[in-house]
Design a protein around this ligand. Sequence first.
Ligand SMILES: Nc1ncnc2c1ncn2[C@@H]1O[C@H](COP(=O)(O)OP(=O)(O)OP(=O)(O)O)[C@@H](O)[C@H]1O
Ligand SMILES: O=C(O)[C@H](O)COP(=O)(O)O
Length: 394
Amino acid sequence: MNKKTVRDIDVKGKRVFCRVDFNVPMQNGVVTDDTRIRAALPTIQYLMEQGARVILASHLGRPKGKVVEEMRLNAVAERLSELLGKRVVKTDEAYGDAVKAAIAEMNEGDVLLLENVRFYPGEEKNDPELAKAFAELADVYVNDAFGAAHRAHASTEGIAHHLPAVAGFLMEKEIEVLGKALSNPDRPFTAIIGGAKVKDKIGVIENLLDKVDNLIIGGGLAYTFVKALGHEIGKSLLEEDKIELAKSFMEKAKEKGVNFYMPVDAVVADDFSNDANKKVVNIDEIPSDWEGLDIGPKTRELYRDVILKSKLVIWNGPMGVFEMDAFAEGTKAVAQALADAKDTYTVIGGGDSAAAVEKFGLADKMDHISTGGGASLEFMEGKQLPGVVALNDK
Ligand SMILES: Nc1ncnc2c1ncn2[C@@H]1O[C@H](COP(=O)(O)OP(=O)(O)OP(=O)(O)O)[C@@H](O)[C@H]1O
Ligand SMILES: O=C(O)[C@H](O)COP(=O)(O)O
């Protein structure tokens, strides 16, 4: 990575404003999945060991510029205190005099967590005044919030223009793993793209078609491709206005010598529900009043073979409606194939695919699970992430 990291600067005794992505799921005031908090620990612990005063900032949810009680970061501070084995002070605001006073009390190695930065309308607007107010709290800026790096907000982008600005270890790792995959991949390189909509994956498919050896399509978006081949898809998800685009993707794959894999069979159901009637059919035999909710067993075998023969696989988006057990087998089969592919470097592109490998208990078998959903998608589209661009070059 051509950006400076925490290793390149001296933070001893300094006040460090460290942006993290603690946008974690919560239920009844308790953090239900602390993956993102744990992912930020190496940077936080390093800063503590170096004798910095660590001021953490994060968003949680989308409170739209107002205080939303359930979106306060108190429970996050508690979980972080447990993980660090040290009390983390939590302020009820994210800038201003009370925050400055709390920071003035900090000793070297102490950690403080600011309130949800999205309680202020200026955050998402990247208001220069708010960025300045954040910058006034510290001497140095560290961005470790890869999950929010695709947002040009006051705490992810604006602040970097006022202080020495470097990346944390999580940011560095995410950019290195995804960056290497896209610029210098081990081959054969396979991308698996699933999820609900073609619309959301256009940029990724376009960009990957220039880079991969194999492109595997699954999930709800596959049916627009099946339709583009002229087959009946019944009540399966269809984006009518993307049929031509789907055709052009298949043509482009042919021109570029990319192997384009589509489902050869599907699990179809007579209702969008876990206890619907279901059956397996060939992909060109979907009954007109049924819908495809998962890839079928032949497709699972086919995709498994491709995965096992690959040196690098990137996966984004589930193969079916994996939240319902009746339609989770396809997604599970892909996750299992990735887990079994010992000589393959496996990268999970965040979001639902990360949730799926977690659900199937296979997370520790993957080489890299991105902490970013939208951020990893934009990175795979080849876009520059504003939170990264704003950091100081090496
Ligand atoms: N055949 C299908 N029919 C309808 N919905 C489907 C089908 N296959 C997958 N889905 C749904 O697609 C959703 C995931 O799509 P999405 O595009 O959001 O994936 P993602 O990119 O992994 O998510 P994220 O945006 O969190 O990164 C899941 O909720 C899943 O149930
Ligand atoms: O969960 C995420 O993908 C990040 O925390 C970004 O959240 P956002 O989509 O609300 O900006």
